[in-house]
Design a protein around this ligand. Structure first.
Ligand SMILES: Cc1cc2nc3c(=O)[nH]c(=O)nc-3n(C[C@H](O)[C@H](O)[C@H](O)COP(=O)(O)O)c2cc1C
Length: 380
């Protein structure tokens, strides 16, 4: 029997590798992934293809697998995201069948006790050999909270709660001796957990808060901030990212900034745009997207119809992510621009995950290596 080695996460976790642009696959633990469409080949959640994607991404040297934390669908013909795998158990299984890729769970902090989360995270960290990461979300979909009978706090209080939650989880991860914890939201007597995670000081934490309170939380507590670029032109995006990184530096911390991208790669730009228009304009599920935007608080009462139409387009195309649409070479140029903007990593969704991930690996990855955005992956 060998003792568990506890090592710096910089050594074990692909988040800290030197690629100029890190890459991952997201949302394939939910039916339809990030695409609100009835187009042929859209993601129907099942385990066979889930395994296929995880293994393909792992053996191609991609860096991250990220699940969404979702408990209910949004109605409409797709009932978008209605069918979901729970993310810690999903992460544990994928960790066991992969060799090098980082595996996330996404945790709604008001629905899981931090000591329970610390324990589940540690288990996946051991299964993966130090490749686990945690996406902490505070919740915004009230129906989910009502289903759990969980308290729905004021917006900014949710981040105060999350700050205490992460503090207690990290203390349980790192302190060898039992301790009493007395906070505003948590009281714990003789808090304790063994074993400790493999990663030192602890597994990375990500957050996707966009509000001032969310940005403050990401800068002061998280290791990664997962953002929607409010402004997709270079200067606007750079200003947003510089602000987030300097908020963290002001308190002596470094955060990585990641974005969600939706990808359509075809032999010509025209073909790519034609397919995008097809799956959004002709096959988009407008009932589901309208429900989603209403829950987000974006309705025709508050937004200009043209702006609302653009939001609808982006949400159907890829849950409001950044579009990477065109030939392989055009997509690589876009990624190069995003690195100059300050983006550390992109999490990708497609309509057809299996076929389009394969296409990415065959056609885009080699160009990324040639462009110096990524190093070639060679398994040990
Ligand atoms: C790229 C991205 C991914 C997100 N993933 C989830 C998720 O899996 N589950 C969830 O409930 N919320 C998710 N959110 C919502 C955020 O956690 C957050 O509630 C939202 O961005 C609003 O920010 P705010 O809370 O600062 O107002 C995500 C947001 C973004 C931008």
């Amino acid at each position: 029997m060998t003792a568990t080695q506890h090592v710096s996460r910089v050594v074990t976790n692909p988040l800290y590798r030197g690629h100029r642009m890190k890459l991952g696959v997201m949302a394939f633990n939910c039916s339809h992934g990030s695409t609100i469409t009835t187009a042929e080949g859209a993601w129907e959640l099942h385990w066979g293809d889930t395994k296929k994607i995880a293994k393909m991404a792992d053996s191609a040297g991609l860096d991250v697998l990220l699940p969404v934390g979702r408990w209910r669908g949004y109605g409409g013909p797709t009932n978008f995201n209605n069918s979901t795998y729970e993310s810690f158990t999903w992460a544990s299984a994928l960790a066991a069948m992969t060799d090098q890729i980082a595996v996330f769970a996404t945790c709604h902090v008001p629905l899981v006790h931090p000591i329970m989360a610390a324990k589940m995270a540690t288990t996946v960290d051991h299964v993966s050999g130090g490749r686990f990461c945690l996406n902490v979300v505070c919740g915004w979909f009230k129906d989910e909270f009502e289903m759990f009978g969980a308290e729905w706090r004021e917006h900014d209080v949710r981040y105060e709660y999350a700050t205490e939650w992460v503090e207690l989880m990290r203390r349980v991860w790192s302190e060898e001796k039992e301790f009493d914890y007395s906070g505003r939201f948590f009281q714990s007597k003789r808090a304790w957990s063994q074993p400790k995670p493999i990663q030192k000081p602890f597994p990375p934490v990500m957050n996707a808060g966009g509000s001032e309170a969310g940005q403050h939380f990401a800068a002061t507590v998280a290791d990664m901030n997962f953002v929607i670029l409010r402004n997709q032109d270079f200067d606007g995006g750079k200003t947003q990212i510089d602000k987030l990184k300097s908020m963290a530096r002001a308190v002596g911390r470094e955060v990585q900034v990641w974005i969600h991208v939706y990808v359509v790669v075809r032999d010509t730009e025209e073909e790519a745009r034609r397919y995008l228009n097809y799956y959004v304009r002709e096959k988009g599920d407008y009932d589901a997207v309208n429900n989603l935007l209403t829950i987000f608080g974006m309705q025709s009462k508050t937004l200009d119809p043209k702006v609302l139409d653009e939001f609808r387009f982006h949400f159907i195309a890829g849950h409001g992510g950044y579009p990477l649409v065109g030939t392989p070479a055009q997509v690589v140029d876009q990624l190069e621009m995003l690195t100059r903007m300050g983006v550390d990593g992109c999490l990708i969704s497609w309509v057809n995950y299996v076929d389009e991930l394969k296409q990415w690996i065959d056609e885009v990855n080699p160009l990324l290596e040639q462009a110096g955005l990524r190093q070639r992956y060679t398994p040990d």
